[in-house]
Design a protein around this ligand. Structure first.
Ligand SMILES: Nc1ncnc2c1ncn2[C@@H]1O[C@H](COP(=O)(O)OP(=O)(O)OP(=O)(O)O)[C@@H](O)[C@H]1O
Ligand SMILES: [Mg+2]
Length: 369
């Protein structure tokens, strides 16, 4: 799978950019503030309809414009797909082959993209909420049903919380919603446990390769409803969740929201058996994030049967020379399309051919490498 052509209009400082990337390695060089991250963000929008910077529509539309437009020609399974997105201040319109897409499920998994950005250090260092977001995104990328499952869970949670915030919360009304909450909550927890189980052995192996075999890096889902290293059945989880919701009722009423459930869980990342957030050095944390990304890419590659597209935003400047060399050792064997940005091409230690692009004040030009 690869992107054949990209066209961008009025997206951040990119007034008008059109380019045909190489099917392999694309290196985008430019000074600070020229539009490199914006370019990757635009490609990311086409893949996930969301900004990896967490930006709102209005922030992405170029100042003084009413709408940003993104489009790409995607080659997948030998077939060309024409995908367009119009970003309006309060809405987004998606067109596949120039026809509006109503069901987002038509799009899930069309463009498989893995991003690696400096903010990803939040996988290790961030708050539990940030970690859930990162981890949930990894699951979305490989299991498309998860998006709807998560939306169902969030809707049930929202309904219970709305009751909790009423002046006289009705226990019986809340119970009617709790059965849904319990069912969807268990689905979310089971997905996360299953994905963490697939990820964990790769994480351990990859961290060993890039850092130190003596320091095992492990990751497992943890939460109030889960015992350590447990693989509960759906029945067990549902029964436990229902009982806890019952037990928490007065407490939740006082708080005005639901205090137990998968929205409170966390991925526990350990280095040599200790909490990586507080125990690992900064460099070890970055190496751990790199191990996460490489593991995610390998998992997705196994599952898809082909390589996803990679977008790496200025990550080399964050890694020490050894870890940077490991990253490029991995990328040199990588079969898929890669977009990588940098302020200085000397960071880019790639020995395979690449196409070099220069970003200057929102204008993209190609140079022969
Ligand atoms: N909505 C917008 N309209 C116009 N310009 C914007 C908008 N949002 C951001 N910008 C500007 O776009 C420019 C490019 O930002 P971008 O983050 O893509 O730069 P970059 O090349 O990645 O820089 P760095 O190397 O510092 O990360 C910045 O100068 C920023 O101020
Ligand atoms: Mg940038």
């Amino acid at each position: 799978m690869f992107v054949q052509r990209v066209a961008i209009r009025a997206f951040r400082n990119l007034e008008q950019v059109e380019f045909e990337p190489s099917q392999g390695f694309n290196l985008i060089e430019g000074e600070n503030g020229q539009g490199k991250t914006s370019l990757l963000e635009a490609v990311g929008m086409l893949a996930s309809l969301k900004s990896f910077r967490g930006a709102k529509n209005a922030e992405m539309i170029q100042d003084g414009h009413e709408q940003a437009r993104l489009s790409c020609l995607l080659m997948r399974d030998g077939m060309e797909r024409d995908l367009k997105i119009e970003v309006n201040p309060r809405s987004r319109r998606i067109l596949l082959h120039n026809k509006p897409v109503r069901q987002l499920s038509e799009l899930y998994g069309l463009l498989n993209l893995v991003t690696f950005v400096p903010e990803d250090v939040g996988i290790v260092r961030g708050t539990p909420g940030e970690r859930r977001l990162f981890f949930d995104r990894m699951i979305f990328a490989s299991q498309h049903a998860y998006a709807d499952e998560m939306a169902d869970f969030e809707e049930a949670l929202r309904q219970r919380n709305a009751i909790l915030r009423q002046e006289q919360p009705s226990r019986s009304l809340a119970r009617a919603f709790e059965s849904e909450l319990v069912r969807h909550g268990a689905t979310v927890m089971l997905r996360r446990i299953a994905y963490a189980d697939r990820l964990a052995p790769r994480l351990l192996a990859t961290f060993g390769e890039i850092f130190d075999r003596e320091l095992p890096l492990t990751a497992a889902w943890a939460g109030e409803l889960l015992e350590p290293d447990e693989r509960p059945t759906r029945e067990t989880l549902e029964a436990r969740f229902a009982a806890r919701l019952d037990g928490c009722w007065s407490h939740d009423m006082a708080r005005g929201h639901t205090t137990v459930g998968p929205h409170r869980d966390d991925l526990r990342i350990s280095l040599a058996g200790r909490d990586a957030r507080t125990y690992a050095s900064q460099g070890q944390q970055r190496a751990a994030v790199l191990a996460f990304k490489i593991s995610e890419i390998r998992l997705l590659e196994e599952q898809l049967g082909f390589a996803p597209i990679l977008a790496l935003d200025d990550v080399s400047s964050e890694l020490d020379p050894q870890r940077n060399a490991r990253l490029f050792a991995f990328l040199s064997h990588f079969q898929g399309q890669v977009f990588i940005t940098t302020t200085d091409r000397s960071f880019i230690r790639i020995d395979t051919p690449f196409r070099l692009w220069r970003m200057t004040r929102g204008q993209l030009t190609t140079e022969s490498a």
